[in-house]
Design a protein around this ligand. Structure first.
Ligand code: BG6
Ligand code: MG
Length: 214
């Protein structure tokens, strides 16, 4: 009953949270602002630039110029990309890969809808470069989640009708974006228990049931 399933990447297909944490922590230490796991959790699904704003706001640092902010984001990304280089196909779980293959065998199109500008690099690292029918990511959007743009473009790239798309997300901002795109949503991790998701999943493979595997 779904023509396409659109997956968030970070926290859904693979787990980059610890890398984001390490990179933001290094930057925050240099800037002399506090940063902990609780603040890191607020950055899920949020763009790099907005993430920096959240960190600065929490640390009460209001004096950075636009140029300094741009450099801070670049600095964080360099550290982050260095950590991503350590990822390999071993970072893709058998459960995720088998579920993706199972959905594809059911004739469902598979797409990525991620806020990250590193999405294609991550997909390559974990052995999924070229696997998805469509990739919509931080490089083709002007507004990040909870705006629906990234998912609407994913549907368009996959030639699927938004009404017949299911979004899989671990972030509240992503569930909201799916709702605003007129798409159903399945929450996993933190988003599993958020009231707005159509389905709450304990395991990734539950997608096969949600998508109607006989
Ligand atoms: C999202 C992550 O997928 O991508 C966010 O959940 C991250 O934490 C965002 O800030 C942007 O990522 P990048 O790789 O473009 O800095
Ligand atoms: Mg996510």
């Amino acid at each position: 009953r779904y023509d396409a399933v659109i997956f968030d990447l970070d926290g859904v297909i693979c787990h980059t949270d610890a890398y984001h944490y390490e990179a933001w922590k290094a930057l925050a230490d240099r800037l002399g602002v506090p940063f902990d796991q609780q603040i890191n959790n607020l950055l899920r699904g949020v763009s790099r630039e907005e993430s920096l704003e959240i960190i600065l706001r929490h640390g009460g640092l209001t004096t950075l110029t636009e140029e300094e902010k741009r450099r801070a984001c670049a600095e964080k990304n360099e550290i982050y990309k260095g950590l991503l280089d350590e990822m390999s196909p071993a970072d893709l779980s058998a459960e995720v890969k088998d579920t993706l293959d199972g959905l594809r065998a059911m004739g469902i199109k598979l797409a990525i809808g991620s806020s990250s500008k590193n999405a294609k690099k991550i997909l390559e690292r974990i052995g999924l470069g070229g696997y998805f029918d469509a990739v919509s990511d931080g490089t083709n959007i002007t507004r990040s989640k909870p705006d629906p743009e990234v998912f609407l473009l994913a549907a368009q790239y996959a030639a699927a009708d938004p009404e017949h798309c299911l979004v899989v997300e671990d972030a509240r901002a992503g569930i909201e974006a799916a709702c605003r795109a007129g798409m159903d949503s399945a929450g996993i991790g933190d988003a599993a228990s958020c009231g707005e998701a159509c389905y709450g999943m304990e395991t990734f493979s539950q997608l096969l049931i949600i998508c109607g595997k006989p």
